[in-house]
Unconditional design. Sequence first.
Length: 206
Amino acid sequence: MVLEIISNSLESLWASVPAEYRVLFSLLLYTVFIALYAIFIWKFYKFLASKEIIQLNLKQYNYSSYPGLEKLFAIGLYTIEYLVILPFLVLFWFTILSLFLLMLSKQGAEQILLVSAAIIASTRITAYISEDLSKDLAKILPFTVLATFILGENFFDVSSLIEKILQIPLLFNNILIFIIFIFIVEFVLRTFYSISQFFGSSEETG
């Protein structure tokens, strides 16, 4: 309902613009859109390419002086940190990226979700190898999509942009499986990283 109202409003606004000024209107609309997309990617890669994707550091609340309880609390805090908070963060970035790619791409909703999930998952994998590599990946792939869109035939096609707004609900039909996939990748990576850090610190202590 809300999307239909937005679509109808944009369509009415587009129809009310005199023919000689429609190019300028399209230019303004896409300039704002590209600027918002660029800002999103800038924030996106800085957040997603970091190895420590969650900076809350809930372990600071573990004040137990008993080793057994301390380990139990650490496991509990770790669970809260990565099983509760992380999915919401992934859902947010995944949804926003998918919406932008839907507006920019000619592909269907399922292909958009596949590309978005691949970008996020590959960025997270490379973050544990090299954060610099991960940052490059998180920037290059989305900006490549933008460049392809700008060089395409339908650039400045406001009618096509309005039609894609109505396709947004299709993104949420299969989004759960992609969210679960990204979360599993992150959880496995974090588990192996924590184990390596544990044994590394044990060797240094010894």
